[in-house]
Design a protein around this ligand. Structure first.
Ligand code: SAM
Length: 278
């Protein structure tokens, strides 16, 4: 008998993975967490039955949410990550020896625990002595920090429940205030192919707060529609004019998706999306 995990991406779109084994299934006070061994994509981590990452394609998301901003900032010493409790984003940030301190603020400690138990390829991010993990709501945390961070990465779940506030204009203003005068914010901003109203709303909000704003894109096979978006929102540095290829030279050949060419291409906005956000 074949076992399948099916993600209900919308009420009329599903993605199914053939499962070899259910490795873990647990409930925290915030969400349901599960890890599966799948035929096609290796280990699969889900929260509330939504795909968070798979062993086979997580590198795309984690390289693209990290190296784009780090390649445009001349002195990214102090980094804040909100969400990202699996460790994949901080694993990528750690490649940059210019980074001196990484604070990860994750609301659900069970995410860190299940990742350390079953997802070593991302949980390895927790081994670096520059990392400090704080279990707290990022919406609360950000209000208590001003003019402190060079880069802030919002690596959150979808905009529902306790993550919903991470996509509000008010939150973006707090992020702006928590950044230094030349800081950059990056956030995952969902899939514009089917969420165009949401996409328009996010970029309208960000442009109210930051002087330099652009979406950029990557292809993530196991995320809905495969076309994933990220927001680059900056106080001073530009995502193309201030791109410095030397900033990844020490580890460039270890990367599997991000490159300087991919960086430049990722900011090309297809005409159908330009209409939505301009
Ligand atoms: N990095 C993965 C990926 O490849 O997309 C998924 C993102 S990570 C698992 C999303 C995290 O955001 C979850 O662990 C969730 O608990 C966390 N989160 C959601 N809302 C939050 C909030 N308000 N404050 C802190 N963490 C939050």
């Amino acid at each position: 008998m074949n076992l399948w995990f099916t993600e209900e991406q919308t009420d009329s779109l599903r993605l199914s993975f053939k499962v070899k084994k259910v490795l873990d299934y647990r409930k925290s006070k915030y969400q349901t967490l599960a890890v599966y061994e799948t035929e096609q994509y290796g280990r699969l981590f889900t929260l509330d039955n939504f795909v968070m990452l798979t062993e086979k394609d997580e590198f795309v998301y984690h390289e693209m949410i990290s190296h784009v901003a780090l390649s445009c900032h001349p002195s990214p010493e102090n980094i804040l990550v909100i969400g990202g409790g699996d460790g994949g984003t901080i694993r990528e940030i750690e490649r940059h020896s210019r980074v001196k301190k990484i604070t990860l603020v994750e609301i659900d400690e069970e995410v860190v625990n299940i990742s350390k138990q079953h997802l070593p390829f991302v949980a390895c991010g927790f081994n670096d002595k520059r990392v400090k993990v704080i279990i707290e709501d990022g919406i609360k945390y950000i209000k208590e920090h001003k003019n402190e961070y060079d880069i802030i990465v919002i690596d959150s779940t979808d905009p529902v429940a306790f993550a919903e506030g991470l996509f509000h204009t008010e939150f973006y203003q707090y992020v702006f205030d928590a950044l230094k005068e030349d800081g950059i914010m990056v956030a995952q901003t969902e899939y514009p192919f089917l969420k165009s109203d949401f996409f328009k709303q996010i970029y309208t909000s960000l442009k109210k707060v930051f002087p330099i704003v652009s979406p950029y894109f990557a292809f993530i096979p196991t995320y809905p529609t495969g076309m994933w978006s990220f927001a680059f929102a900056s106080k001073k540095y530009h995502y193309l004019k201030d791109l410095n290829p030397n900033f990844i030279s020490e580890f460039e050949n270890e990367l599997k998706y991000y490159s300087t060419e991919i960086h430049r291409g990722a900011f090309a906005i297809p005409p159908f999306l330009k209409k939505i956000i301009q």
